[in-house]
Design a protein around this ligand. Structure first.
Ligand code: ACM
Length: 549
């Protein structure tokens, strides 16, 4: 055996050992990280080198400026070619021989030059996020006066090569049960972007409130965005606050949020629930229900019998609504809900029963399938695709539909086996409205028990799927239902740090999964979240908690 090989064999266990200790706090963990001697120090002479012309009008230069601002207090000079003397942060697009994953990037840091190269703009953006996490946490202040005078802005020399494991890396937010202002939505989007997530599923309509302005149907927000009262305390307490509650986003605000998300390479997927969870819409326009009765914007939680009636006027209404929705949201997917739609009113309605007869349907489940398929056809004719909760499998799946599997993974498995795309959001690991610590010591939540460790160990690819079927699993998402979240602060408490763990599930390679290493990196990451004023749940700060080691 050659001496060099012998030495290598002797030091390998040491190297492996030291690798398991964090040298950095980057989350999600990059695929390959190789540290070298020395560091790049950001100062007022640092320039941004834009290596490819196409990037000049992208949001990327502004993102580098935003991140560096606290280090330099000024906008760095932007240059298009560099001399030897310049210290630069260069951004560019690299050409790959084989087709690599969207979002892939390389980041090389040496003493006087940083190169961030993405396979696409999103890749450059992710490289910038990694760079951000290589800087000291104080970079997050965005108010230079808060930073200690002697702060140094050193970035260790490193070579990173990275790409996401899944193409769909999402977080959801229910703004129906409680309403959150645009400023909060932007903060939420910022946090997703920092963790390299790329989908924001915005649940905009609910029994308890319709939250998106639709110009053709003003009563949706004049009436449907407001409830008379809200349940307080636990479900079943039957105690109400008797305070009128509501709010909605104007179309101008929606445009602002969509553009903001785009600048962070996040697609906003709007959800317009149908045929169930439609009490608020029916309170505004009872003519689209099956019965001549009083509908109300609900003041308690749960599943309600009110449902859109499958008559032509209803489809005209929904198509009009969707026309305005697709004009606002460039997303390929429009989420149409489809969950928890009790069939009682359809069973009792002559109109619904006539449609069943006319269309030769077996039952109300097939009627739901007919309903969803009509909406799908309409959206397909506009170049969009539907995504819906796994109940859309019942009575027959619409031909092009993507399924969001929430009642466990069964629906997702079934859909993938049928050749449909799937996003996994199983309730036992991906519902961030569940308790995350011993319930008796926690603020009120809906129930369940999902620790940070449970989320970290979630595997989106079910064993049951063949190699071909696995390709239909686009990724996964964390869901944040807000019955028990009245404020943005509470949303942050429930969503973080569980969303941080999910980001690593969705981005990092499976072989690298290492719970204790993640937990150690999280300790440094918490410092960033503190500066960003994120009200994360602190159970995993310091020591590992007994309930979820
Ligand atoms: C759901 O949680 N009802 C999708």
């Amino acid at each position: 055996m050659r001496l060099s090989v012998l030495i290598l064999l002797l030091i390998l266990p040491l190297a492996v050992f030291s690798q398991s200790k964090p040298h950095h706090s980057i989350i999600p963990l990059p695929n390959q990280v190789e540290f070298h001697e020395g560091s790049f120090v950001v100062n007022t002479n640092t320039k941004i080198l834009v290596a490819s012309r196409s990037l000049i009008n992208s949001p990327l230069v502004a993102e580098v400026e935003r991140i560096l601002y606290t280090a330099t207090w000024l906008k760095p000079e932007i240059i298009y070619s560099a001399t030897e003397k310049d210290t630069v942060i260069s951004i560019g697009i690299f050409k790959a021989k084989k087709i690599p994953d969207p979002g892939a990037y390389k980041l090389n840091v040496s003493q006087n030059r940083i190169d961030i190269m993405g396979i696409d703009e999103a890749g450059v953006f992710y490289g910038i996020q990694t760079l951000r996490q290589l800087l000291p946490p104080q970079i997050e202040y965005h108010d230079p006066s808060l930073v200690p005078n002697n702060q140094k802005w050193a970035i260790p020399s490193v070579k990173i090569s990275d790409a996401p494991r899944f193409q769909y890396r999402g977080m959801h937010l229910d703004v129906g049960r409680h309403f959150f202002p645009v400023e909060f939505i932007k903060k939420y989007i910022d946090l997703l972007a920092m963790h390299k997530m790329n989908r924001f599923h915005w649940h905009l309509t609910e029994d308890q409130g319709w939250r998106i302005e639709i110009k053709k149907y003003p009563k949706l927000t004049e009436v449907g965005a407001w409830r008379d009262s809200t349940l307080i305390r636990r479900y079943g307490s039957n105690t109400y606050d008797n305070i009128r509650y509501g709010g909605f986003y104007t179309q101008e605000q929606i445009k602002e949020v969509v553009a903001y998300a785009q600048s962070k390479y996040i697609t906003v997927i709007p959800e317009i629930e149908l045929p169930g969870h439609s009490s608020a819409a029916l309170a505004a326009y009872p003519e689209f229900g099956c019965f001549d009765k009083e509908y109300k914007v609900q003041s308690t939680w749960g599943v309600f019998e009110d449902i859109y009636c499958p008559k032509e006027e209803t489809f005209d209404f929904l198509e009009d609504v969707l026309d305005e929705v697709i004009a606002l949201f460039p997303s390929k997917y429009i989420h149409i809900g489809g969950d928890e739609a009790p069939k009682k009113q359809w069973q009792e309605s002559e109109i619904a029963q006539e449609v069943i007869k006319r269309e030769n349907l077996k039952n109300e489940h097939e009627l739901q399938s007919y309903f969803i398929t009509r909406i799908e056809k309409y959206l397909n004719s506009k170049g969009r695709q539907i995504i819906g909760w796994d109940e859309i499998l019942e009575g027959g799946l619409a031909p092009q539909a993507t399924v969001m599997s929430w009642r466990g993974e069964k629906g997702g498995i079934e859909a993938a086996q049928m050749g449909h795309d799937v996003v996994m959001t199983p309730w036992n690991s991906n519902y961030f409205d569940h308790y995350q610590a011993t319930p008796s010591s926690e603020p009120l939540a809906i129930g369940g028990f999902t620790t940070l460790k449970d989320v970290y160990h979630y595997e989106p690819i079910p064993d049951e799927l063949s190699e071909k079927e696995v390709r239909h699993v686009l990724g996964a998402q964390g869901n944040v239902w807000t019955e028990y979240m009245h404020t943005g602060n509470k949303v942050e408490y429930m969503a973080f740090p569980r969303a941080v763990a999910l980001s690593e599930v969705l981005w990092s390679s499976n072989e690298q999964k290492d719970w204790l290493n993640f937990w150690a990196r999280l300790q440094l990451h918490f410092q960033r979240l503190d500066i960003l004023e994120v009200n994360y749940a602190p159970h995993y700060k310091g020591a590992l908690p007994e309930f979820g080691k």
